[in-house]
Design a binder for this molecule. Structure first.
Ligand SMILES: [Zn+2]
Length: 220
């Protein structure tokens, strides 16, 4: 017996094929038939007047904080998103030492318009490193697939501390820098203002961490 039949929806399968009205049968967690499905499923869903399509992949989200208290990523899941990428724009909440939590959250308040109160109330800081953060997400068993980018801001703060808001990468080579994280902003030509554009500044009057280039000689 089929586990689930989604009846009479307008199927848009993502292949580029024209939409069509069809039933979708699901057996053991996989689609087993699309078309006119006879018999009754263990569960039946009437989708007439609705679209039936694959889950959407949202490549650009900032659920890094919200996932720690909302494993459903509300309201993305309401809109059919089934995969989210977090850590975009260089902003993330891990890695993060306890003394850096405040500046990390204030960055998200400024550049992503998040509520400081909501984050302070919602985040359980049970991680400092990036792997520990991923483990914490795993324990929450998110309803959506999560792909996490390593946020440039978080890494700069982790490596440089307060200096992360005050300058680019140190001229001296540090063993703590092992990877290139790209750069969101091209340094100004010599002689002009080398600071990041004003929109990338935080409320405290410092450029936000990801606004600085990794180094003036970094490759694009
Ligand atoms: Zn973004």
């Amino acid at each position: 017996m089929i586990d689930l039949v989604i009846r009479g929806g307008t199927v848009i399968d993502g292949s580029g094929a024209p939409r069509r009205v069809a039933d979708v049968a699901v057996l053991a967690g996989r689609i087993s038939a699309v078309g006119a499905v006879g018999g009754r499923g263990g569960r039946e869903v009437d989708a007439s007047g609705l679209c039936v399509c694959p889950g959407f992949i949202d490549l650009h989200t900032h659920y890094d904080a919200q996932y720690t208290w909302d494993p459903y990523a509300t309201s993305s899941i309401w809109h059919g998103v089934t995969t989210t990428v977090i850590g975009n724009c260089g902003f993330a909440i891990a890695p993060c030492r306890p003394q850096d939590r405040e500046v990390t959250l204030r960055t998200l308040v400024k550049v992503e318009g998040m509520s400081l109160k909501a984050m302070q109330a919602g985040i359980t800081w049970e991680f400092e490193t990036f792997p520990a953060y991923l483990d914490a997400l795993e324990r929450r068993n998110p309803s959506l697939n999560v792909a996490a980018l390593l946020g440039h801001s978080a890494v700069r703060q982790w490596v440089m501390g307060r200096a992360a808001q005050q300058r680019g990468r140190p001229a001296t080579r540090s063993r703590r820098w092992r990877a290139s994280f790209g750069r969101p902003w091209r340094p100004a030509p010599s002689g002009s203002d080398p600071r990041p554009p004003r929109r990338m500044w935080e409320t405290a009057g410092c450029p936000c961490r990801a606004a600085w280039p990794t180094s003036t000689s970094s490759r694009r």
